[in-house]
Write a protein that binds this ligand. Structure first.
Ligand code: GTP
Length: 364
């Protein structure tokens, strides 16, 4: 990354240098032009005697001095200029002194003098020498410009490559993070599903999917405290299947499971929406009832359950399987004042139903 930063910085430095070279080249080329223009101005004056040619000569003479001092100030940027500028300075001085003396002769003579100095080979030679030195300056600048061009194109190509690498890296990082995020989400959602499943299993019976004993106890506790606040009754029906062991013994445990599920289905059909039923033991169930006026309504409910089981719970090998149920009923707060005594009272009533003939409901 730091390499990219340095390359980008060197691009800026090289670009600045290129601008400086272009500016200096412009001054160098212009210097040669002003020298030629000065001579041309003088030539015009000498050939025509018209003073209007003196104006371009004077301007070019000033421009030459100005440009030369500008180029001189560039020496700190272009060290190779120094010896050339010393020679060029001398040559320009000589050239302008030759031009000046020619001008004086003309001004004194007042007419065209064919022998004048600027036409001589020596003056021409001076112009060529100046041109030579100016070309040397220009060559230094061109050579450096060419070197910069090569470095620039190399740096730009490297930067393009580096940009591609950076883009590739960013895409890779994004892709890896995306995959990681997706797998985290998947993990989180599967953990969530697992947590929900464990939560469900912790509160429900795996075979019948009814609420389990713990669920029942929590529900009953909540129901009692709500009933206590709102002065309502809570009825508890404790139920135990009759002769279930026999089904297991006769048809096997799996058939027993099916019979259990069949019995629960039958019971569920006769319950009201407000009734809460839980499996609290092997073949034991507890039903919490609300919204009733007195014990007779609970007896009616218990008898509906007994009636429901008068039909076969399952058929095994073409044989209908029947099951009875003994139910004990207790009511809070009419008969008992606590959750513990409510459960005991219902349980006792259920045992009474068992011991006095089974398949019946007994009120505490
Ligand atoms: N198939 C099956 N049997 C179970 C399950 N849980 C408990 N049992 C059996 O259910 C029977 C319950 O015993 P009991 O209540 O004494 O049997 P019962 O024949 O109903 O006796 P009574 O209540 O006196 O009529 C036992 O044999 C247990 O092994 C279960 O999930 N599946």
């Amino acid at each position: 990354m730091s390499w990219v930063f340095f390359s980008a910085q060197s691009l800026l430095v090289l670009s600045d240098r290129k601008v400086k070279i272009a500016d200096t080249r412009y001054e160098v080329v212009k210097l040669m032009n002003t020298v030629v223009n000065a001579e041309t101005g003088l030539r015009g004056y000498l050939l025509t005697g018209s003073v209007q040619f003196l104006e371009p000569y004077n301007r070019s003479s000033k421009d030459t001095a100005l440009l030369f001092s500008q180029i001189k100030s560039r020496e700190k940027d272009f060290a190779e200029f120094t010896p050339i500028l010393i020679t060029l300075d001398q040559l320009i001085k000589e050239k302008f002194s030759a031009i000046e003396s020619t001008l004086q002769v003309q001004l004194t003579a007042g007419s065209y003098s064919p022998h004048l100095k600027f036409t001589t080979g020596a003056s021409k030679l001076l112009t060529d020498e100046i041109s030579n030195e100016v070309n040397k300056l220009d060559k230094i600048l061109r050579d450096e410009n060419d070197r910069i061009e090569v470095t620039l194109s190399l740096t730009i190509n490297r930067l393009k490559l580096a940009s591609l690498v950076v883009v590739f890296l960013i895409i890779s990082i994004l892709l890896v993070n995306y995959k990681r995020t997706i797998s985290l989400f998947e993990h989180a959602s599967s953990s969530q599903e697992l947590a929900e499943e464990f939560g469900y299993l912790a509160m429900h019976d795996a075979l019948t999917h009814l609420p389990n004993r713990r669920n029942f106890e929590q529900y009953l506790k909540k129901s009692i405290s709500q009933a206590a606040r709102s002065k309502q009754k809570v009825g508890l029906l404790y139920m135990d299947l009759d002769g279930f062991k026999l089904i297991n013994d006769q048809f096997g445990h799996d058939a027993g499971d099916d019979a259990l599920i069949g019995a629960v289905t039958k019971i569920n059909h006769v319950l009201r929406d407000s009734d809460f039923i839980a499996r609290v033991g092997g073949d034991e169930f507890a039903l919490v009832a609300h919204n009733f006026n007195d014990s007779s309504e609970l007896l009616i409910l218990a008898n509906r359950i007994i009636q429901a089981l008068k039909e076969p719970v399952i058929a095994i090998a073409g044989r209908d399987v029947f099951m009875g149920i003994s139910i004990g009923i207790a009511i809070y707060p009419d008969q008992v004042k606590s959750i513990k005594s409510l459960i005991s009272a219902a349980d006792e009533a259920m045992y009474k139903a068992k011991s006095t003939g089974k398949n019946q409901a007994v009120l505490h």
